[in-house]
Design a protein around this ligand. Structure first.
Ligand SMILES: Cc1cc2nc3c(=O)[nH]c(=O)nc-3n(C[C@H](O)[C@H](O)[C@H](O)COP(=O)(O)OP(=O)(O)OC[C@H]3O[C@@H](n4cnc5c(N)ncnc54)[C@H](O)[C@@H]3O)c2cc1C
Length: 302
């Protein structure tokens, strides 16, 4: 059943491949696109608390298995798109704003701190959830407070001190999600901030397979090691399986050359874990979130 009203769009059986940067994966049984904050609040307040939810940002750190996903997907981008100047160097930004836009807008206004976001293809909500980072800066470095929504649609401000962000992770209560944040930035010269952005983009173009379907770095770097170098040392750079390939450009990326299944991507993920452990004794941990049902369970559940 597909339903639309001025405030929301509701779809069933939505191929998640359309919504993930890996361009692979099964279907979502229920896919909800709130178009306003109020529509999101209202739906949450009506749903039974047992209804399991997946908040979807830009889908740039997610693999949904081929059997699909039973959680109701909330694609919040369009409802949470505000960008407000709240003081000198203080910005209140909705979770639906893309990281690259934050980098450019704050740079245009002469505030420094978000330059690293230029190459991160996620939304602020996903960046908060993952504590996304690059070039020595992480999302929570500039967060003063976050705005969260609970399972009943209530909104609260929480001080950043209430969270303990770590490497590509932050713990949050199970039934609260980020709807925005207050960032505090440092004043800088717009030209030098823009120069830094250009430099970051150029470094990424040289070191990463930009423009190909991927989820960025698949594995966390173990303390003192580079996951990419360990994968390369295990002889896996360039290895492919059914249209999925460990990038010959950057071994911590897995590329979908078109038509790869989530299963093929997950096969390579398990191959990497096994071979890196065999060759180095190190257990790599995926940075990407892997969810959903294996393909063989598809007909039973969806
Ligand atoms: C080419 C490429 C380059 C990348 N480079 C980097 C990089 O340099 N540094 C880096 O850290 N990452 C990088 N990534 C990974 C990814 O972009 C980041 O992890 C990003 O922060 C994910 O944001 P998203 O909006 O896409 O989140 P999604 O992938 O949609 O979601 C990721 C997780 O966060 C949860 N989540 C999403 N929104 C919310 C919310 N509002 N509240 C609570 N939970 C939420 C989701 O449920 C999911 O579990 C890269 C990815 C690609 C494809």
């Amino acid at each position: 059943m597909n339903q639309s009203s001025p405030n929301l769009i509701w779809r069933e059986q939505v191929p998640m491949a359309r919504h993930l940067t890996w361009r692979a994966g099964g279907k979502a049984r229920n896919f909800f696109i709130p178009l306003t904050l109020e529509a999101l609040q209202k739906k949450l307040s009506h749903w039974h608390s047992s209804q399991s939810l997946l908040w979807l940002g830009a889908g740039s750190n997610l693999l949904i298995r081929d059997g699909g996903i039973e959680q109701t997907v909330i694609a919040y981008r369009r409802a949470l798109g505000w960008f407000r100047i709240a003081g000198q160097g203080v910005f209140e930004i909705g979770a639906g704003v893309p990281c690259a836009r934050i980098a450019r807008r704050t740079a245009d206004l002469g505030w420094s701190g978000c330059e690293y976001m230029i190459g991160i293809p996620g939304l602020l909500g996903g960046a908060l959830a993952m504590n996304a980072g690059a070039h020595g800066t992480q999302t929570w470095d500039h967060v003063e407070a976050v705005q969260v929504m609970d399972r009943c649609g209530q909104i609260y401000w929480r001080d950043a001190n209430e969270f303990q962000p770590g490497y590509r992770h932050v713990s949050r209560p199970d039934n609260e999600w980020f709807i925005g944040a207050r960032l505090v930035l440092k004043q800088g010269m717009p030209t030098s901030i823009h120069d830094r952005i250009i430099q970051i983009l150029s470094t990424r173009r040289k070191s990463q397979p930009i423009g190909q379907a991927s989820a960025g770095s698949v594995f966390r770097n173990p303390p003192g090691h580079s996951a990419g170098k360990l994968i390369e040392a295990a002889g896996l750079k360039g290895r492919s399986f059914h249209q999925a390939q460990i990038s010959p450009h950057h071994a911590n990326f897995i590329i979908n050359h078109g038509g790869a299944s989530a299963d093929a991507i997950e096969f390579l993920i398990h191959l990497v874990i096994k071979e890196v452990n065999r060759t180095s004794g190190i257990d790599l941990q995926p940075e990407v979130h892997i969810m959903g049902l294996p393909a063989e369970q598809r007909t039973k559940h969806l």
